[in-house]
Design a protein around this ligand. Structure first.
Ligand code: HEC
Ligand code: HEC
Length: 322
């Protein structure tokens, strides 16, 4: 118990680190970059001013992202936006019954879903409806969010017309105001794609985990909570995302980790370190894929044709599929 005492302090420290990180990415530093960029090329058309050229490298300083609004209106519409923000930032409390673990949406969509390269909601909202190969049909934004409930939250999705889903979609719609409807490639969408190194080494990853991650997520990866509220989210185990979630793919996790972890110090790990530590973390036990067909090999064949370590702990040879 005594050990727990310093975690709230650490949470405050890490929260301010996040703020610092955000300011670096979207605050004054960015304005300088903006001025430099604008000095060397003609002024963009007004509707393009907030967009980075799609080819801009992610994580560098010369980037420019869409800036979502800050002020939520004080009216009936705004009330629902606020409800969506509450669900997004504290899912177990505000979407009770739908969420099946200790995670909240914000744990993987950082800064309330606003941060570029952390699968921000403003870039997602304008990209749906879209065909997804994961389920082989056109998905609405509601269905996309339901997917995160089923897999990332290891839960039962709220219905498309439920108050919870309406609040989440309203929140995303509000955040995306002014973004171009139908644009599938807004700069900062999703997580950055990291080129796969020649070899990925989980043993090296374990060492990186111990030195750079365990302080917050715990040596056992189970995270930390204070009075039942998650302060540092679990990375594996019964309270984390399940084997169907996008984050269990080593490439997706490597991109997320590179851009966002250690929290407040995004883009400090080398690509190799990000891949190695992602491989270590994604090679740990977690809840079964809800699409489980009663047979690990069959489920693996049908749904896991990507770089991952799917299999209940010990059930599959513990080696990666490429
Ligand atoms: C364990 C991490 C995790 C949690 C928790 C999580 N998500 Fe996601 N989410 C992801 C990943 C991974 C993707 C896929 C991003 C990609 O493919 O680039 C994603 C994608 C999305 C997208 C589509 C993004 C896009 O640009 O297409 C939306 C919308 C979304 N999540 C909403 C939510 C909501 C709402 C919640 C909470 C109910 C939530 N997520 C919880 C990891 C998570
Ligand atoms: C300073 C504390 C801190 C450190 C150090 C840290 N994290 Fe995190 N991590 C967090 C917090 C807090 C979140 C949730 C972000 C939020 O809600 O804003 C998070 C979220 C995550 C997530 C997505 C959520 C989940 O539960 O799966 C992953 C994956 C992750 N971290 C991996 C890592 C790895 C790998 C390292 C080491 C390279 C690391 N983290 C270092 C605090 C930290």
């Amino acid at each position: 118990m005594t050990q727990l005492k310093w975690y709230p302090a650490l949470a405050v420290i890490s929260a301010s680190l996040v703020l610092l990180g955000c300011q670096q990415q979207s605050g004054e530093g960015q304005q300088n970059t903006e001025q430099q960029a604008n000095a060397s090329r003609p002024a963009p058309a007004p509707e393009q001013q907030d967009l980075t050229p799609a080819e801009a490298p992610s994580g560098g300083s010369a980037e420019k992202y869409f800036q979502p609004p800050r002020e939520i209106p004080n009216d009936e519409f705004g009330k629902v936006v606020r409800q969506g923000e509450l669900i997004f930032t504290n899912t177990p409390t505000y979407a009770k019954g739908y969420s099946g673990n200790a995670l909240s949406c914000v744990n993987c969509h950082i800064d309330k879903g606003r941060l570029a390269n952390s699968a921000p909601l403003w870039a997602a909202y304008v990209a749906y409806p879209a065909y997804r190969s994961k389920n082989k049909h056109v998905n609405t934004i509601q269905e996309r969010m339901q997917g995160c409930f089923r897999f990332s939250m290891n839960g039962t999705p709220p219905a498309a017309d439920s108050p919870e889903m309406t609040a989440l979609v309203t929140y995303a719609y509000w955040m995306a105001q002014g973004a171009p409807t139908g644009e599938k490639k807004m700069a900062g969408r999703g997580y950055p794609v990291l080129k796969k190194p020649a070899s990925v080494n989980r043993e090296r990853g374990a060492k990186i985990f111990a030195s750079s991650c365990a302080v917050c997520h715990g040596a056992d990866g189970q995270g930390q909570s204070v009075n039942g509220t998650t302060v540092f989210p679990p990375l594996w185990g019964p309270q984390s995302f399940n084997w169907g979630a996008g984050m269990h793919r080593v490439n997706t996790a490597a991109g997320f980790i590179k851009a966002n972890m250690p929290l407040g110090q995004g883009n400090t790990l080398s690509d190799q370190d990000a891949w190695d530590v992602a491989a270590y973390v994604m090679d740990q036990p977690r809840p079964q894929d809800p699409r489980f067909k009663g047979d690990t090999a069959a489920t693996d064949k049908e749904y896991h044709d990507h770089f991952c370590y799917y299999g209940e702990a010990g059930a599959l040879p513990r080696q990666a599929k490429k």
